[in-house]
Write a protein that binds this ligand. Structure first.
Ligand code: UD1
Length: 336
């Protein structure tokens, strides 16, 4: 059996680390394709290196652009690879523009599409990732759901055929890599266990609206009076901060380059708590036994909020009351 796997962005590369090993165990031939949606060393290559993932057989080099450009360029180039390789199945991961492009190519060529992390749903329904998830799930033949809630979400949309509850590959990765977590950033920044918070912010709804981004940065600056704030910054966020002239708000924060998986997990393990809008990190924080303030109007990992472990904060307010709330919930998390 031959499978073509398509990755392109950080969270997919991470998942591939686990799935690749399983495919090898079962002697399934895999052709690995990287769309090139993420291309900086810190956003792509480093994950292959630290997680020991085999080099991609193809890199489509699609780069950045509008959603239409990324999706369209990936579809055009990926279709060529699939027609040449003639796989028995196509494997796509998560919810990025790369994911939906791969799923559409497979569906149109009538090659079975398998979706790892199927059935995740969240508001706002028009966020790019939510559109990608829905389209991908509805054209996939095999849907690997990570949670019972994901199964229910699919059933609610009438998707029941080919759906399997397989658990979470991110948790598999966490367990596998825990002995190798890298704690070096703690020393490099002279941090101490529990005296710092880890922040990642990259969603378009948080970064592209100046008022919202300012609200988040002001909240972090307020927080930095109590705790060190370590902020590995996604290139989109860095660009927006420069574009909106918010650089001065970063004073007092530890704004650093994006971290690889092992370094980020090492940092989270000893943190006080995490502030994030990353789908993956809000879960990984829980795996580390830490709590997260999730800066999103909603989350696909609703179980973690319903149980009271993670706390949702919608970053679309610009009032000081909300800044205070971010700060106050932070205190709540430290105390509990
Ligand atoms: C994408 C995924 C998101 C995932 C995230 C992980 C979509 C719609 N979203 O969002 O689900 O959580 O990846 O990081 O696909 N850039 C660089 N260098 C890079 C990559 C990006 O400078 O290597 C900059 C570019 O300015 C680019 C911007 O970041 O335009 C956004 O990148 P993009 O891949 O479009 O979306 P992400 O925000 O990374």
């Amino acid at each position: 059996m031959k499978v073509v796997s398509l990755v392109g962005a950080r969270p997919q590369i991470i998942k591939e680390a686990v799935v690749q090993e399983e495919l090898q165990k079962h002697e399934i031939e895999e052709v690995l394709v990287h769309s090139g949606q993420h291309y900086d060393y810190d956003m792509s290559d480093v994950f292959f290196k630290v997680l020991k993932i085999g080099e991609p057989d193809y890199n489509l080099g699609v780069g950045s652009g509008t959603h239409g450009e990324i999706t369209g360029r990936t579809m055009i180039a990926f279709e060529q690879v699939v027609m040449k390789e003639k796989p028995d199945a196509i494997l796509v991961y998560g919810d990025t523009d790369t994911t939906v492009a791969g799923a559409l190519v497979g569906a149109k060529l009538k090659i079975p599409v398998a979706h790892v992390e199927a059935g995740i749903r969240q508001e706002p329904h028009n966020m790019p990732e939510e559109i990608n998830r829905k389209v991908t799930d509805h054209v996939s033949d095999l849907l690997f759901a990570p949670s019972k809630l994901a199964m229910e979400n699919l059933a609610r949309e009438g998707v029941t055929k080919g759906v399997y509850f397989v658990g979470d590959v991110m948790y598999d990765l966490f367990l596998k890599m825990k002995p190798h977590f890298d704690y070096s950033v703690i020393d490099e920044l002279s941090l101490q266990e529990g005296n710092y918070v880890v922040v990642t912010i990259h969603r378009d709804f948080n970064t592209d609206d100046p008022a919202c981004l300012k609200w988040i940065l002001d909240g972090l600056r307020e927080l930095s009076k109590q705790l060190r704030v370590v902020f590995p910054m996604h290139p989109r966020t860095k660009k927006r901060i420069q574009q909106f002239g918010f650089g001065h708000v970063l004073e007092g924060l530890e704004a650093i380059q994006p971290l690889d998986y092992l370094k980020l997990m090492g940092l989270v393990m000893h943190s006080a708590f995490v502030i994030t809008d990353s789908g993956g990190l809000q879960k990984e924080t829980y795996f580390c036994g830490k709590r997260a303030l999730v800066v999103m109007p909603d989350t696909g990992w609703r179980e973690l909020v319903d149980t009271g472990w993670n706390v949702l904060v919608d970053g679309h307010g610009s009032s000081l009351v909300l800044v205070w709330r971010l700060f106050d919930i932070g205190n709540f998390l430290i105390e509990h």
